[in-house]
Write a protein that binds this ligand. Structure first.
Ligand code: CEZ
Length: 796
């Protein structure tokens, strides 16, 4: 069903119906397109706020990207109809709208290109989509080859619906000097102050061809007629009507008649893009379609851009599918997040910081500038804003208008990770201003203030207030009256303080370090006193004073996040741990990973909020929410629970069977934000992917792979070597770029040893006083590290 190209990582799907929503995505700094195997597309570009250039047939509300997005027959997409003029037979590529079963179908998702190879009626059609590195434009190429032993007389039609562009003004026309269809509109507005901004919008969607069509159509309704999209009226005629659209819903339809001798091919090139006007369309045509050389160069340049995240890490383990994902797709998704901030101009602060954290393995300078930007928007009292404004004109939208209390925590966690990865402790001395005060203080001081702020935001029990949410956005009614508290946030504060205590020691601030440790211990004790429920930690205490996420609850009885962070903060004791671990496994574990809470809520709980109104098993209401799963995996590795941690890591990435793949319905080219949960309540739907590739998960999973599984973790003075191999693995080979040096790691299990042993370039590396193997690293060197591990316990 799914095959891999081991060399370049490409993943192929061989049916358009087994996983109808399977998709890939491409992006550059201005745009993003999610393309599914059947030809449906969701695309947006920045002007500077996210906008669309192909719409549904009815007026659409503006919204952010949705999970489990549904595709309907008139959904935006990119299609071609192929007609045999002699027999009148038609089919379409990729698959919709005709939905004719092809003789052969392959949907190939490459890192820099999405393509299809379709064979039908003795024809082979290769269709491919690439983007450019710097423009908002889709580059499409179709080639058709005749395998019959007679000459074929074909009609090839583009069908790129543009949809309902605007109720104020929309039209479409063919421009023969440009061999283009221009679909023009005015983005609707009412306020006079919108005019000066909107007048420069790219309100024209253009479809440019590199050759002159035989005929064209621009009116969607005339094209479709009574036949419907699977057998449109217009293509029953010899030619299309070649008429403009005057306020009808536009579509870019061109007919190319083509005769092909046996084994002859013909190639067509197109651009689909939003532009300001015909002049800009002309520039695009000139830039990309005026010669094959220019087009190929542009595609190469795009490939190079996507390859930014290649070759930073290469692993070869006994698990090939895992290797393929880690070597190719995981860094690509990390890069996407770190480079374009989910195509938003006001990323949520926690997302911005965690996405930047992932980027430290690919482009640490970008990570640093993101931290600088975030710190410069901190308030002088230490509080972090809910979102980071990326441009002067950006404003807080959607969820960023809701007060959340956790952002300071991410500042500490992500900057601590960055210091370790880069060794860039000088960063702590850099002076940065605040949003509400022009005087600058050092990064170290900014973080001390963030921690002081967290410490100040506690109730009389010593627990952190939650207000309208913490990491969990829709938990909006736990503490909106200003009373409710979050156990998770209290534990996350304690964890950040512990991390920062170590940094404080490293920079000689031992008094500060003592303060953070004491405060962390106090937080841990207070959470234990008020939120330990006997076998696990509660999620918090509501405005009304009720502990929730406890055994007395029939819904939302146990939440994963407080358990994970109690492991990281040290709140969990050795006596509590076995009790808690057993409950996590029993109540939250599924074949698709860990549910974020269970049982999922089935109705509104006004003391918890909007979260409980989400459909059971979706989003935060008990799905296998991978971001939360990643925290748990990270915490398990930290505790040395390697086999459980690895099993969950592998489950998140790798379906265990074909039926598991079908249940997820997703290609292994990204980690989705969730798989459906509510496993015990709705077992039939469990596992289904949200298909949403925006997620804080990936930064953590990459970090887990690098620092824990492989065990090549940066620390202030070099590299800590501590691979944590699952028992089932007896070897591992890794190449990692680290601080401009190339590290080759070779791990083997050996008989007759009881402790890890390390050779560096053939010379034994000795364990330090803390019992760690630390290698000092000089830039631009090659290191060859051999690690011998004892046999796994089960083998011993
Ligand atoms: O959004 C994410 C947020 O981007 O939810 C996470 C949170 O930590 C991330 O910062 C957990 O709550 O209902 C909502 O408003 C939710 O906030 C969702 O939109 C959620 C989605 O998973 C989008 O990725």
């Amino acid at each position: 069903m799914i095959t891999y190209n081991q060399q370049n990582g490409a993943v192929s799907l061989h049916s358009p119906t087994s996983m109808p929503n399977a998709c890939g995505f491409l992006w550059n700094e201005n745009m993003m397109i999610q393309m599914n195997c059947r030809g449906y597309a969701v695309a947006q570009f920045m002007q500077p706020e996210p906008a669309k250039y192909a719409h549904g047939p009815a007026l659409e509300a503006k919204t952010f990207m949705q999970p489990e997005h549904a595709y309907f027959s008139h959904h935006p997409g990119r299609f071609f109809y192929i007609k045999d003029n002699q027999t009148g037979e038609i089919f379409s590529v990729p698959y919709a709208p005709v939905k004719q079963a092809h003789s052969k179908f392959e949907f190939i998702v490459d890192k820099h290109k999405i393509s299809w190879k379709v064979e039908h009626l003795n024809l082979t059609c290769h269709l491919s989509l690439s983007l450019t590195a710097e423009d908002t434009a889709e580059l499409w190429q179709l080639s058709v080859t005749n395998h019959a032993d007679s000459i074929r007389d074909l009609s090839i039609y583009s069908y790129f619906p543009v949809g309902y562009m605007s109720w104020m003004n929309q039209s479409a026309r063919f421009d023969d000097t440009l061999t283009s269809i221009l679909c023009e509109s005015v983005t609707p507005y009412q306020k006079v102050e919108q005019y000066p901004v909107q007048k420069d919008f790219k309100d024209t969607t253009v479809f440019i061809s590199d050759r002159n069509p035989t005929s064209y159509e621009t009116r969607q309704v005339i094209f479709e007629g009574e036949g419907g999209l699977n057998n449109p009226d217009a293509i029953k005629n010899e030619h299309l009507a070649s008429k403009p659209a005057h306020y009808q819903t536009p579509a870019a339809i061109m007919q190319f008649t083509q005769s092909l001798s046996p084994e002859e091919s013909s190639q067509f090139n197109f651009i689909f893009a939003p532009v300001k006007d015909a002049k800009e369309a002309k520039q695009l045509k000139q830039k990309y379609l005026s010669s094959e050389q220019k087009l190929n160069k542009a595609k190469q340049k795009y490939q190079q851009y996507i390859a930014t995240s290649d070759n930073k890490l290469e692993i070869s383990s006994p698990n090939n599918a895992l290797d393929n994902f880690i070597n190719h797709w995981l860094p690509r998704q990390v890069f996407y997040h770190g480079d374009v901030n989910r195509l938003s101009t006001d990323p949520q602060t926690r997302n911005y910081l965690q996405d930047a954290m992932g980027m430290m393995y690919i482009s640490p300078d970008k990570t640093k500038s993101a931290f600088i930007k975030a710190l410069s928007q901190q308030h002088k009292n230490g509080e972090m804003p809910d979102g980071v404004l990326l441009n002067a004109d950006s404003e807080f939208k959607y969820i960023n208008q809701i007060p959340h209390t956790d952002h300071c925590v991410w500042l500490v966690i992500c900057i601590e990770a960055y210091l370790n990865e880069t060794g860039d402790y000088d960063f702590l001395n850099q002076d940065i201003p605040f949003s509400d005060n022009q005087y600058s203080v050092s990064v170290l001081e900014h973080i001390n203030l963030a921690l002081d702020y967290l410490w100040s935001q506690r109730d009389s029990r010593g627990l952190n207030y939650i207000n309208q949410g913490d990491w969990c956005d829709p938990m909006n009614m736990v503490g909106y009256k200003g009373i409710g508290v979050s156990s998770w946030l209290s534990l996350a504060s304690a964890y950040s303080m512990k991390l920062w205590a170590d940094v404080s020691v490293a920079v000689g601030e031992s008094a500060q370090a003592d303060k953070w440790r004491q405060q962390a211990n106090t937080l841990n004790q207070d959470v234990n006193q008020h939120c330990w429920d006997g076998e696990w930690f509660a999620r918090g205490i509501t405005d009304a004073g009720n502990c929730f996420g406890v055994s007395a609850n029939t819904e939302g009885r146990i939440y994963l996040n407080p358990q994970s962070f109690s492991m990281l903060s040290g709140a969990i004791t050795e006596q509590q741990w076995p009790l808690m671990q057993a409950q996590i496994k029993q109540q939250l574990q599924t074949p698709f990973g860990m549910m974020m809470l269970a049982p999922s809520y089935t109705h509104m709980h006004e003391e918890v909020g909007r979260l409980t109104q989400k459909f059971p098993g979706t989003g935060e209401n008990g799905s296998v929410y991978n971001h939360a799963g990643a925290f748990y995996i990270f915490a398990l590795f930290e505790r040395g629970e390697t086999d459980t941690a690895f099993e969950l890591l592998n489950t998140m990435i790798n379906p265990s069977s074909d039926s598991d793949t079908l249940a997820r319905g997703q290609l292994p080219v990204f980690i989705p934000n969730y798989y459906r949960g509510a496993y015990f309540q709705y077992p039939e739907d469990a596992g289904k992917s949200s298909q949403l590739f925006n997620t804080g998960t990936v930064a953590w999973i990459y970090r887990i792979v690098i620092e824990q599984l492989i065990g090549l973790k940066g620390i202030k003075d070099g590299l800590k070597i501590q691979p944590q191999l699952p028992s089932a693995w007896d070897k591992l080979e890794v190449t990692r770029l680290f601080r401009q040096s190339t590290i080759k790691l070779n791990v083997k299990r050996e008989e007759h040893i009881s402790e890890q042993q390390v050779l560096v370039d053939g010379i034994p590396l000795h364990i330090n006083q803390q019992g760690e193997f630390i290698l000092a690293i000089k830039p631009k060197q090659n290191y060859c590290i051999e690690v011998a591990l004892p046999l796994a316990p089960s083998v011993n």
